[in-house]
Design a protein around this ligand. Structure first.
Ligand code: PLP
Length: 361
């Protein structure tokens, strides 16, 4: 079996499908921490070991498998980095054309990865800077997708709900690997889709009486992108609007994409929210590398930083078990910030997003 999509097909919108194809996504190890959590029972879910180095492969594998079945052979997508790399790889595998629109802050290593897989990449001026500046860009991209009879792919339940169901498989694997339900799961939150998918996965298992209880699903965010954490801790129903200034690639998502869904998912599970500074995240990234031999990108260290906060505050007892979701590989941000990727990227403005782009070639 090359794909977890096949293994968990009964839980996914692929019922009865044959010839499901993958490149080894999922099946990531659950590793017991050797020292970071002290005497506590901390486990690391190694999502950085997916084929393109992040959990987004679970989404991209399913989203593109569904497109294949619907006869779609070209698509456009937005990305802060990891979604683009994942979609580019699966598009290559399936022989699709993949047009990626990224913001100005995407690390050069992630851009390079997209380009190596053969995606056409456009860096859009002012994309992701604020809700006001991003809205017309999303609108324009939607027009482009409609005109090309394809879809605008965004790794969030709000836009691509079927493909996002691939993320649920993280929960199924944890239960198999842990041999039950851990007390706590710590999840980094950007747009909120990852956390919502994991919550939905556990809900599935509970509905089928495969597990008896839900784990407490705890949201962790950089304090400079607090859309979900304070909302959860104040028992709000919806996410907050913020102006994001975090430097953590992948987690600077101020728009409420799946954030309100994530707020409700955390509350339903009985979990809480934890804020961490960018500095704490970088310290935790170093600790994971130096004490555990595990190299993740900063966003991949956020869950563990939140876990350490939870221990410090006494919310988490040492006899409780916890799983931290490590989401992206450390090599993803080796060339970060304004460094130039090895391959050139087209830099465009909204007015340059040409209708008909999909028809070119
Ligand atoms: C490495 C990494 N971790 C976490 C996230 C957050 O996922 P979500 O936006 O679904 O909350 C992202 C999103 O891009 C990511 O790239």
């Amino acid at each position: 079996m090359t794909s977890i999509l096949e293994k968990y097909i009964e839980y996914l919108p692929l019922a009865g499908a044959e010839d499901v194809d993958g490149i080894g996504e999922g099946n990531t190890p659950l590793v017991r921490s050797s020292s970071i959590g002290g005497k506590s029972r901390l486990y690391l879910k190694m999502e950085q070991l997916n084929p393109t180095g992040s959990f987004k492969d679970r989404f991209a594998a399913l989203e593109t498998e569904l497109m294949k079945r619907q006869g779609i052979r070209a698509f456009i997508a937005t990305s802060s980095g990891n979604t683009g790399a994942a979609l580019a790889a699966y598009a290559a595998r399936r022989g699709f054309r993949c047009l990626l629109f990224v913001n100005e802050f995407t690390p050069a290593s992630k851009l390079d990865q997209m380009l190596v897989y053969g995606a056409e990449v456009f860096k859009v001026k002012d994309f992701g800077v604020s809700n006001e500046l991003s809205a017309p860009i999303f609108e324009r991209l939607q027009q482009l997708a409609d005109e090309g009879s394809t879809r605008l792919v965004i790794s969030a339940y709000k836009y691509s709900p079927d493909g996002m169901e691939g993320v649920k498989t993280i929960a199924y694997e944890i239960v198999e690997q842990f041999g039950g339900v851990p007390d706590h799961i710590f999840v980094p939150v950007g747009g909120g889709g990852l956390l919502s998918g994991i919550w939905r996965g556990f809900k599935d298992l509970k509905a089928r009486d495969i597990v008896e209880k839900m784990p407490k699903i705890n949201a962790v965010q950089p304090e400079l992108n607090d859309t979900v954490v304070t909302a959860v801790n104040e028992n709000a129903e919806t996410a907050r609007e913020v102006f994001t200034t975090t430097s953590i690639s992948g987690l600077a998502v101020q728009v409420d994409i799946d954030a309100s869904l994530a707020v409700r998912s955390v509350s339903d599970s009985g979990g809480r929210g934890f804020l961490v500074s960018d500095e704490m995240v970088l310290d935790t990234q170093s600790s994971l590398a130096r004490k555990e031999g595990v190299f993740v990108e900063p966003a991949g260290a956020v869950s563990t930083a939140g876990y350490l906060r939870a221990l410090e505050t006494g919310y988490l007892r040492e006899d409780e078990s916890a799983v931290c979701i490590l989401t992206g590989h450390g090599l993803k941000t080796v060339l970060s910030g304004p460094a130039t990727p090895a391959r050139p990227v087209k830099f465009i403005q909204i007015g340059d997003i040409g209708i008909g782009l999909l028809a070119e070639h």
